[in-house]
Design a protein around this ligand. Structure first.
Ligand code: ATR
Length: 279
């Protein structure tokens, strides 16, 4: 093997991929720690995904992140799937093993929790129910994580109600589905409120919900990170709640992959946030 081939390569595969912040993040960490390696964005159409994944290890790739629209489809290609990725029904982090097998994991949920633990250290997810807005892929990762950290009840609302009901059978009795029109009542008594819908994102309509029944002790977070402070977070903060923006989830979900591929557990701090925001 030549010296060149020993430099670990990783990257992110999506379609499209130009918007991804992951290259800026991993590139920043590689530079910060002075590590050899490259992290490369790759635009791969669905029909080419399996071929590309089987070819990359031969080129020196040690793994990749997977983003839209491949996060679900990857499960039918990967050889080894972690329990949590199987439960969520999607993966975002692949490891190309030396035996040729592709190992798929989902780190969105652990990234979600790590972000809250870091930015709201007094948050106690066991102190009351969690309210989750939305029932897409991101919601599934968030609900799996909330179950894991001991939320006593998880109340879900979604515009398309059957999608939320599908989650009840997957995640068990703690999950309770409410009607979207009752979201104002649903948040009452909650210890955690999470928006996992795309509402509030730049270019999308705002998320409009009545927060009158929101308890001041409720931690409010949004997986949307552009803008950093969504209308939901602004209003919740006005009511005295602790709020945490979604950028930290993006940063923390990347930690396990970087550590595995490049051999160093990276920190997520203000400098990391700024590096990504200014890229
Ligand atoms: P992701 O995998 O990122 O979660 P997704 O699977 O497309 O993306 O889910 C997006 C979420 O935002 C869904 O809960 C979606 O509601 P539906 O299941 O009814 O589609 C929600 N969402 C998107 N646009 C919305 C809108 N205008 N009003 C309400 N909910 C919306």
């Amino acid at each position: 093997m030549t010296e060149l081939a020993k430099i670990p390569l990783a990257g992110v595969i999506g379609h499209p991929i130009a918007h991804s912040r992951s290259p800026a993040l991993h590139g920043y960490w590689l530079k910060r720690y002075g590590l050899p390696g490259h992290y490369i964005p790759m635009d791969v159409a669905p029909q080419d995904l399996e071929h590309v994944l089987r070819t990359l290890p031969q080129m020196g790739f040690v793994g990749v992140n997977i983003t839209l629209p491949h996060k679900e489809a990857i499960l039918s290609i990967a050889d080894i799937i972690t329990d949590r990725a199987a439960l969520i029904g999607a993966a975002n982090t692949l490891i190309f093993r030396k035996d040729g097998k592709i190992h798929a994991d989902n780190t969105d949920g652990s990234g979600f929790i790590a972000n809250l633990r870091q930015n709201a250290p007094h948050w106690d997810p066991t102190a009351g129910p969690a309210a989750v807005l939305g029932a897409g892929g991101a919601a599934r990762a968030v609900v799996a994580a909330l179950v894991e950290v001991g939320a006593p009840e998880i109340r879900i609302v979604n515009r398309t109600r059957p999608r939320a009901e599908g989650m009840r059978s997957d995640f068990g009795a703690k999950v309770v589905v409410h009607d979207w029109t009752h979201v104002g009542q649903m948040i009452e008594g909650c210890a955690t409120l999470v928006n996992t819908t795309s509402l509030g994102m730049t270019g999308k309509p705002d998320l409009v919900i009545n927060l009158d029944r929101l308890d001041q002790r409720c931690l409010v977070t949004d997986i949307v990170y552009a803008p950093l402070k969504t209308q939901l977070l602004i209003e919740a903060e006005d009511r005295g709640c602790t709020v945490v923006d979604g950028l930290g989830m993006l940063l923390h979900q990347a930690v396990p992959g970087f550590e595995r591929w490049f051999g160093k557990r990276p920190v997520v701090d203000e400098e990391t946030r700024q590096a990504v925001l200014s890229a």
